[in-house]
Write a protein that binds this ligand. Structure first.
Ligand SMILES: [Zn+2]
Length: 366
């Protein structure tokens, strides 16, 4: 093979020498000239003879130009190590050692037996548990409570918006003897709901007025949800009167939902001249919204009265109905989670009625 024998037969010229071989030859010639000019030819000639296999190819190359020689010399000068860079490398190495030592020491701290550490150091790192317990009896709630705008309240204006099937849903209707409707439940509910929302908003609560089948009800999260309705105008043949408050049958009869129900019930009964009825139907305990809202949102539904027997109360003074609902909501928002003894102490001082129930569980904050 000609490639293998090239070192033995240097006189045989290769047809096309490789570019790298040409470059190496140029470098060697340039170095030899540079070294021989000052006179110190010992190292340069030794370096030239170190690689005999390429030596034969030097004769193939034309003599290098003058500017090539200068370029090679300049490169050699730049490669010389600088004293300043040596000092930088030294300090850089020290820095890397210090940082890595700190990292390794921090990691190894996790595997150290606590008893190995000085007890005084351990005591200094620990929380003073005894002091915390001793101060717990003296603990007082901070004077600044939760801002009102962080309290979210949802008000469903019963039968507002589209019905379950997409059509119009006036709710219950009162008709005259000719069958013409003259009073709808949706109008009664809306008159009260808008007043409740406006009033709570003026107190800086975050309030949402919701339609009956509002898409926002899905996974709805709030501190309280109240659905406002009025009962049927149907003539039962006997005197049927009163307001009804109910919660979902899936919620326990103690805790937040029940506390909200009793807050609404007590305040509505105290301000509206109607008896409280317990004629609770499946429409209330299995209300569609109870299946949609977030499980931790307290909710209650209020039937404010019967549109036949209680029509005057329902239509004459919607402001009074709204005030009663607002007081019920404030009773819940401001007192939920308090122990029974504290509720008892605040019963007379508050501007609204506070029901006494078994301790409601603390309210959920989302
Ligand atoms: Zn209704």
């Amino acid at each position: 093979m000609p490639e293998e024998n090239s070192s033995d037969q240097p006189t045989k010229p290769e047809p096309e020498p490789s570019a790298s071989a040409i470059f190496v030859a140029m470098m060697r010639q340039a170095a030899a000239k540079a070294v021989s000019k000052p006179g110190a030819s010992g190292d340069g000639s030794a370096a030239l003879q170190a690689a005999p296999e390429i030596e034969g190819e030097i004769s193939l190359e034309p003599p290098p130009a003058a500017h090539d020689i200068r370029r090679v010399r300049r490169r050699l000068v730049l490669r010389r190590p600088h004293p300043a860079s040596m000092a930088g490398g030294f300090f850089g190495a020290i820095f890397v050692v210090v940082v890595s030592t700190a990292l390794v020491a921090t990691l190894l701290m996790f595997f150290i037996n606590p008893e190995f550490v000085n007890p005084a150091v351990v005591r200094g790192l620990q929380l003073d548990g005894e002091g915390l317990v001793a101060n717990a009896a003296d603990a007082r709630p901070t004077p600044a409570g939760t801002p009102h705008w962080l309290r979210r309240i949802g008000i469903i204006s019963g039968h507002r918006g589209k019905g379950a099937t997409g059509g119009r849903d006036p709710g219950a209707i009162c008709q005259d003897e000719y069958g013409n409707p003259f009073l709808t439940e949706a109008d009664i509910n809306f008159a009260v709901a808008t007043r409740v929302v406006a009033s709570l908003e003026s107190m800086n609560y975050a309030v949402e007025l919701l339609d009956e089948y509002d898409p926002r009800l899905h996974d709805y999260r709030a501190d309280a949800l109240v659905s406002l309705h009025a009962n049927t105008c149907y003539d039962f043949g006997e005197y049927v009167s009163g307001f009804i408050v109910a919660i979902s049958e899936a919620r326990p009869d103690f805790g937040e939902d029940a506390f909200l129900r009793e807050c609404i019930g007590e305040n509505f009964g105290a301000q509206v001249p109607l008896p409280r009825s317990y004629n609770i139907t499946d429409d209330m305990t299995q209300y569609h919204a109870w299946r949609k809202i977030h499980p931790l949102t307290p909710g209650t539904i209020l039937e404010m009265g019967y549109m036949l027997a209680d029509r005057e109360v329902l239509t004459e003074d919607p402001d009074r109905l709204a005030r009663a609902v607002i007081d019920g909501i404030l009773c819940f928002i401001e007192n939920v989670g308090k122990p029974r003894a504290q509720l008892q102490a605040e019963q007379g001082a508050a501007s609204y009625a506070i029901p006494l129930l078994p301790t409601p569980t603390p309210i959920f904050r989302s």
